[in-house]
Design a protein around this ligand. Sequence first.
Ligand SMILES: [Zn+2]
Length: 453
Amino acid sequence: MLKAVKYRLYPNKEQEALFLRYFAACRYVYNIALEVKIYAYRAHGVTVSEYDLVKQLQEAKKENEWLKEFAAQTLNYEMTCLDLAYKAFFKTKKGFPKFKSRYDKQSCTFLQNSFVPDDQHIDLPKVGLVKGSIHRRLEGVVKRITVSRSASGKFYASAIVEMEESKHQLPGTGKAVGVDMGVRNLVTIHDSVSQDKVDLAGIIKSGKSEGMKRRLEHIQALIRRVQRHLSRKTEHRKRDKKERSKRQEKCRIRLARLKEKESFIRANLLHEISCGLTNQYDTICIEDLAVKNMSRTAKGTVEEPGKNVKAKQGLNRVIVNSGLAMLRTQIEYKAAQKGRKVVVVSRWEPSSKNCSHCGVKNTTLGSKTKWTCNNCGESHDRDGNAAKNILAAGMAASDVLTEYTRGAERKTRNKKSGGRVSKEASTPENYPTNKERKSRTKRIVAPQGVTDG
Ligand SMILES: [Zn+2]
């Protein structure tokens, strides 16, 4: 299993200059290779392979002496990156590889002979020992280390490590949990043992989530302000095609720092939640929110304009902000590391509208947070009820083992209804029976691959 760990680097002046030269060289060979590929295809209709590009790079080094300063593997790796970018383009049919700009995020990758020798340094070929804060020692074989510079000018090293899978498996707890992820409350969970709605604070250190939320809101307000400042400084310069000014640059860095801070706080909150869940529970049932669909633009098309555009736009922003997709990814990879099971409940389950006590669907809920069942009179908390339903559906589904991959489900879903719930399925009469529902709810084996944290 591959795992990624990111460290902050503190290069000295010389090393910093060297890294900048590395970035420039990588950008240079990448852009030229992209140009070669585009030209070869347009003029002669041929595709230049990664192998050919590497060979051409060796030739180019004879004319460009300055390229010899850099580790050969690092430059060659750019050809691999370009190849991957092309493959991704052909797979998804969008996002043709772009030329790299010096104004974008900068990075270069070291492959052979890169180590993390002690708690204070990273050893890179042709660069030497670079100071860094090694908050976590690496267990396993280092595959590659990517050095990058963030928009605010900080240096980071991201190490990809091949590690044994069984190392972090935890003993079973015999507990399962239903997780409702939403916009109003980021996470509401329902415990299988205590049969109770558990507060978020029960998962992460108490009081921390509220404090984080407040800090996040504060920083978001600051970001909006600095963004206004920056656009005021940028607008006329862009129009008159002037160089970037010093004030503008200062403002840009300030904004970049704030954005970095924001993303750290958010990532920290999500890591605490996913870590707490995977530590405490054997089986974690989550809802397939199809975040991508929910965050799709609400405006619709000219023929079919969307309804409640303004309200939905607000909702979209919050969904993207709260990073539900990131949380799901984290839960999945941490579960795989710790030997836990993740059950993804189909999003066709009307989990928030069904009464968890008698199972009758209540259609007149609207957007109420507390409601009483029309059938049995049980009073419910909206998210807590949903979490309970997700747990029940997940436990029922975990008996039915089906081969499942996220990609495969997405494909069939797109074919059938363009990714949306069809009208027939959402009316109560045609709603799937329990048996059908079971077959729709499939068990997911968390994907293996590159993870971070
Ligand atoms: Zn009821």
